[in-house]
Design a protein around this ligand. Structure first.
Ligand SMILES: NC(=O)c1ccc[n+]([C@@H]2O[C@H](COP(=O)([O-])OP(=O)(O)OC[C@H]3O[C@@H](n4cnc5c(N)ncnc54)[C@H](OP(=O)(O)O)[C@@H]3O)[C@@H](O)[C@H]2O)c1
Length: 301
C-alpha cells in the first residue's frame, strides 16, 4: 500500500485526509515515480474549494507538481527510464501529495543534478507560470515590468527572471516581503491603498508589462499604469485581466524545460522556506491558504 493525501468533499480543509491505496501504475504516455518532493500551491486550495469545478469523482488526490524517481514507464514513453530523477505534472486524475504517483510524461523533464528535489518540485507550477508571465508578451531590456503579488512564489521568480533580462522591475508586496523583493534587485512598492500612486511616483510614464498574481480590485487599481492594456497578463484573475484589455496566463510549449534550465544555471532560486512530511500535508496547505507564505512550501514524503 502507498499513502496519498486527498480531499473527500469540496469545500474547506475538513474534507482532507491521508489515506492508503495501491501505488498507481502508468498508462500509455505516463511515468510512475516514487515522490521525493511536491510543491504546494494556491491552486491546490482552489481545486479543493471547487473553483475548477465539482464534477470530478471523489476523493481527489491533492498536489499538482512533484519531483521524484521513475519506478515504471508506460507504453510509448521513450524519454524516461526506470531510475531517472524527474520533475513534472501528475497524470489526469492523480495528485502528488503521495508516496507514489504517476506523471504525464509530456509534462515532465529530467531533473538536473544541480537542482535539489525540493527546488525541482516547485518548477512545474510556480516556475512555469513565472516564465510565461514574463515571456507571453515581449518587452525589452530596460523596459519596466511591474509585478503585483511580488512576494509570493510566482512573483519572486518572475522578478528574478526580470533581472536576467535586465528589465527594470518593480514589485508590489506587503512590508513583510520588502527584503525578499529587494533581494531580487527589484524596486519594492508597498501594496494596499495608494499602491498605484506609489508606483506612478517612480514610473511616471507607466509600465511596459503588468504581471498580476493577485487580481480583483488590486489589479484594477494598478491597471491604468500599463502603457498598453494588452500588456496586462494575469495568472490569478483572467476575467478581470481580459475585462481590462489584457489576458490570462497561457502555458507555452516547452516552458517546463526552459524554466528548469534557468533554475539549473542558478538564475532563479525557487526559495523554498519550509518542508513538511506527508503526514503534515494539512499544515503545509494551511500555510499556503493563509496567502502570506514567505516562499515556497514543499511536502517531502
Ligand atoms: N494560471 C496559472 O497557471 C497559475 C499558476 C500558478 C499560480 N497561479 C495563481 O497566481 C496567484 C499567486 O500564486 P503564488 O503561488 O505566487 O501564491 P503565493 O505564494 O501564496 O503568493 C501570493 C502573494 O499574493 C500577495 N498578495 C495578496 N494580496 C495582495 C495585494 N493586494 N497586493 C499585493 N500582493 C498581494 C501575498 O503577499 P503579501 O503577504 O505580501 O500580501 C502573497 O505573497 C494565485 O492566485 C495562484 O492561484 C496561477
Amino acid at each position: 500500500m502507498s499513502k496519498v493525501f486527498v480531499f473527500t468533499t469540496y469545500g474547506g480543509p475538513e474534507g482532507q485526509q491521508l489515506t492508503d491505496r495501491e501505488a498507481p501504475a502508468p498508462r500509455a504516455g505516463e511515468i510512475a515515480i516514487e515522490v521525493r518532493a511536491a510543491g504546494v500551491n494556491p491552486a491546490d486550495v482552489k481545486r479543493r474549494e471547487g473553483a475548477f469545478g465539482t464534477r470530478g469523482s471523489l476523493p481527489v488526490a491533492m498536489g499538482l507538481e512533484a519531483s521524484g524517481i521513475v519506478t515504471a514507464v508506460g507504453e510509448g514513453v521513450e524519454d524516461f527510464a526506470i531510475g531517472d530523477e524527474v520533475l513534472g505534472t501528475p497524470a489526469r486524475g492523480l495528485g502528488t501529495f503521495a508516496e507514489h504517483t504517476v506523471l504525464d510524461a509530456s509534462q515532465s523533464v529530467i531533473k538536473p543534478e544541480e537542482v535539489s528535489f525540493t527546488d525541482a518540485a516547485t518548477i512545474p507550477v510556480a516556475g512555469t507560470t513565472a516564465y510565461d508571465l514574463t515571456h507571453q508578451v515581449e518587452i525589452e531590456t530596460g523596459q519596466t515590468l511591474l509585478v503585483l503579488g511580488a512576494g509570493g512564489g510566482v512573483g519572486r521568480m518572475a522578478l528574478q527572471i526580470a533581472k536576467v533580462h535586465e528589465f527594470r522591475a518593480i514589485g508590489v508586496a506587503s512590508e513583510s516581503k520588502r527584503e525578499l523583493v529587494e533581494a531580487t534587485g527589484a524596486t519594492f512598492v508597498l501594496s494596499g491603498d495608494g499602491a498605484a500612486d506609489r508606483v506612478r511616483a517612480i514610473a511616471p510614464d507607466g509600465v511596459d508589462l503588468l504581471a498580476d498574481l493577485v487580481g480583483g480590485e488590486a489589479l484594477r487599481e494598478l491597471a491604468p499604469l500599463a502603457k498598453d492594456p494588452s500588456m496586462i497578463i494575469s495568472a490569478a484573475d483572467d476575467t478581470t485581466a481580459v475585462e481590462l484589455g489584457g489576458a490570462g496566463r497561457e502555458r507555452s510549449e516547452g516552458v517546463l524545460g526552459k524554466i528548469t534550465g534557468v533554475v539549473q544555471y542558478g538564475l532563479v532560486d525557487p526559495h523554498v522556506v519550509e518542508t513538511f512530511p506527508l503526514s503534515q500535508a494539512a499544515e503545509a496547505l494551511a500555510v499556503v491558504e493563509s496567502g502570506h507564505a514567505h516562499g515556497k512550501i514543499v511536502i517531502t514524503p
